[in-house]
Design a protein around this ligand. Sequence first.
Ligand SMILES: Cc1ncc(COP(=O)(O)O)c(C=O)c1O
Length: 334
Amino acid sequence: MTVIDLRSDTVTQPTAGMREAMARAPLGDDVYGEDPTVNHLESWLAERLGFAAALFVPSGTMSNLLGLMAHCDRGDEYIVGQQAHTYKYEGGGAAVLGSIQPQPLDNQADGSLDLEQVIGAIKADDFHFARTRLLALENTMQGKVLSLDYLAAARRVTRENGLGLHLDGARLYNAAVRLGVDAREITQHFDSVSVCLSKGLGAPVGSVLCGSDEFIAKARRLRKMVGGGMRQAGLLAAAGLYALEHQVERLAEDHAHAALLGKALGELGFDVEPVHTNMVYVQIGKRAEQLKAFCAERGIVLSAAPRLRMVTHLDVSAAQLEKVVTAFAEFGAR
Ligand SMILES: Cc1ncc(COP(=O)(O)O)c(C=O)c1O
């Protein structure tokens, strides 16, 4: 039985073309700065996203951590969404390893942070307070796309208040494809951006942090400190380059699949949130464990969350999603 895994877009296998690109990649020791494929990926992506420099790292968690630590010193503070990955799902790394205090704010229904609330949360220059240094946004945020107008407004607010602006762009390209714009239209508003290669783009490992020369030099030092310096990492960077060159436009397919799945489940009477990109959220409530077990018997792998997230990706076809809809219909009818 072929398994249909909808837990995340991180579960994809490298495509044949990607494996070939990995096998062909020229390699060197990247801690010495001598891996030509890593160097190419870093300069290629930095240039395309409008930054001076970039740094290849093993994971999105590390990329965000280094970004936050390069912006903020001990005793500084960053403003972030309650639901943001950096705040909620990264083990409190910024606080634990960077001594950076988070100032979380509720995310609005569209995934954004209310900018008036952001302004209200910026602390005065007073020795009683942590120093507010940074605003961190996420796009896409649980599958939702922040508008370009919102990003421009966030840029204005941070500039007027002397804050840096970081983007957790784990799914930057999903946002760009959905908006129908070059990714640079999004990244132009930020001082730093973390891009994941191993989510919808389909690479097995790796993220890239982009920023100014000075910022990336600081992040490079921090990467070594936290053990993220890799040696012949071009093997992995080659997969990322391949993904960026060949597997961006196809994200539209994942979005179309997610829209179809959302629509079909809605028609079955399930409570489905609006679908923007490759994520479908459904309120399952107390039956989440039961649904997970029911689907597992049919080769469908789900998480067991009352607010269930299902993610489409390059290893899920439209025909497989029909099976998922059938399973939900059978489950709903029980
Ligand atoms: C929005 C977002 N940011 C960051 C990450 C962290 O990426 P990684 O799992 O590579 O550490 C994830 C992982 O799922 C994510 O969804």
